[in-house]
Design a protein around this ligand. Structure first.
Ligand SMILES: Cc1ncc(COP(=O)(O)O)c(C=O)c1O
Length: 453
């Protein structure tokens, strides 16, 4: 069962008090996910939540309270982590390209005696700029900034092209030659301390062979760094790190399913570490870190929407997935279209990656007259604003409530004001059944008359 009665009931309550679209997070599900992944990657693994999946402060705070550190890709995310109570020592700064201001902020934190856990360097240009800025700012070995070097593992992660960041041709990370050159550039700055390697093989990974190949490549890169003398004795003995990134796939089943998936990923890492140690590789990193995003949050949030109109119109949804709840079909012949008031401005993933999220009816008794395969669309003026094919009640009508499931990752985080859309409200369903309003619905530009001059 994809949506339990407790959440369905809370969704109806939330939508009767607040306008749709709105996001509703189930605190119990969020915490259960966080604990399941933590159990798969127990101490001494370092665990950080990747805020890019959903930087909502109340959610980050709940994860921080369960021991999750924060992985950030901008000063905005760093501020969100700080506001959620995560100390700098448990905050990392990563990201494909960092501005001078971002590099300076990381340096300033070290100068102030509150260093970030690390900054992950993505390119040779970035390494040179960071080195120049650190030296100019007077950063010294007494108050260093710890640095990881991001490797592009050059693997085929077997996921959607838009999520396959570990491919050799992707824009992410450095190959081994660039990585060695970046290490050299960083070593010239006395206040920068290289402690290891950073990896992100791709997201929604399923293939353990590809995952193992990526971890192996990163362990090799770490050994090369050690052999080149880029790592100091303290790194080799105690804080040398391999961060394996995120990428664990989302599971909309039970929390036990998520725990099983996470355990498989952790076991593959263990096997890779053991194999490297056994084959006499000179150095394996003493510290292991993991930084999932979507796996923690996706299944804990639903996006609520109301039906705007229903129209009998044949549509073959190509490449869509059709019900019952997620069984794959290559093309779904739909008898009608259902237009709802949430779309790509609230959940961009279907338009971006052809992602399919179950859409379920939340009106009680609505399925009494059976269901029909329906092409669900959002209200935005783009034909890619489509949510795929879903089995929905025949009686569905304007005003009915639907839930878009698995909307906790890269949905609210990517929301846009396109078409003059307001910021949707956000609520949390607490364990005691009460609803907390985390964010009011924002102002909309819809309906404002054009200004006359
Ligand atoms: C470096 C890095 N770490 C972690 C993540 C989080 O990925 P996911 O949400 O798939 O776990 C990403 C996603 O793009 C990433 O690029």
């Amino acid at each position: 069962m994809l949506l339990d009665q407790r959440i369905a009931e809370a969704a109806v309550r939330a939508a009767s008090a607040h306008e749709t679209p709105l996001f509703l997070t189930d605190a119990a599900a969020l915490e259960a996910n966080a604990d399941a992944v933590a159990a798969a990657f127990p101490d001494p693994w370092l665990r950080a939540y990747s805020l890019k999946a959903d930087p909502e402060p109340s959610l980050v705070r709940r994860l921080a309270a369960r021991g999750w550190a924060a992985n950030c890709v901008s000063l905005g995310e760093i501020a969100a982590a700080r506001d959620a109570g995560v100390p700098a020592s448990q905050t990392t700064l990563e990201g494909i390209g960092k501005s001078g201001a971002e590099l300076d902020a990381a340096i300033a934190a070290s100068l102030a005696g509150t260093p970030l856990r690390w900054i992950a360097v993505e390119s040779l240009d970035e390494a040179r700029d960071l080195g120049d800025r650190a030296t100019a700012a007077g950063l010294t070995a007494q108050r260093p900034l710890r640095v990881l070097l991001r490797l592009n593992p050059g693997i085929e992660p077997g996921t959607h092209a838009g999520l396959a960041v570990g491919r050799a041709s992707s824009k992410f990370g450095m190959d081994r030659i660039e990585l060695a050159a970046a290490a050299k550039a960083l070593s010239a700055a006395p206040g920068l301390r290289i402690i290891g390697v950073h990896l992100h093989a791709g997201s929604q990974l399923r293939d353990q062979v590809a995952w193992r190949a990526a971890v192996d490549a990163a362990l090799d890169a770490y050994a090369e760094l050690a052999a080149s003398g880029a790592l100091d004795d303290a790194a080799l003995k105690s804080d040398g790190t391999l961060c394996v990134g995120g990428g664990l796939p989302v599971d909309l089943g039970t929390v036990e399913d998520l725990r099983a998936i996470a355990t498989e990923f952790a076991a593959t890492c263990d096997a890779a570490w053991a194999a490297h140690a056994n084959k006499g590789v000179a150095a394996t990193p003493p510290v292991r870190a993991v930084e999932p995003g979507r796996a923690l949050v996706a299944s804990a949030t639903i996006l609520l929407a109301r039906v705007l109109h229903v129209r009998a119109r044949h549509e073959a949804v190509i490449g869509g997935l059709a019900g019952p709840h997620g069984s794959p079909k290559s093309a779904a012949e739909c008898e009608r279209q259902v237009i709802i008031d949430a779309g790509m401005t609230e959940i961009a993933r279907p338009a971006l990656y052809a992602a399919w999220h179950p859409v379920v009816a939340l009106n009680s008794g609505a399925a009494a007259d059976g269901e029909t395969l329906s092409a669900v669309h959002g209200p935005i003026c783009e034909s890619t604003d489509a949510l795929g094919a879903h089995l929905l009640p025949r009686s569905m009508a304007r005003g009915d409530l639907v839930g878009i499931l698995g909307a906790g990752a890269y949905a609210d985080a990517m929301r846009s004001p396109y078409n003059g859309r307001p910021t949707p409200a956000r609520l949390t369903l607490e364990r005691d059944g009460s609803l907390t309003l985390d964010r009011q619905r924002g102002a909309s530009t819809e309906g404002s008359p054009p200004t006359r001059r």
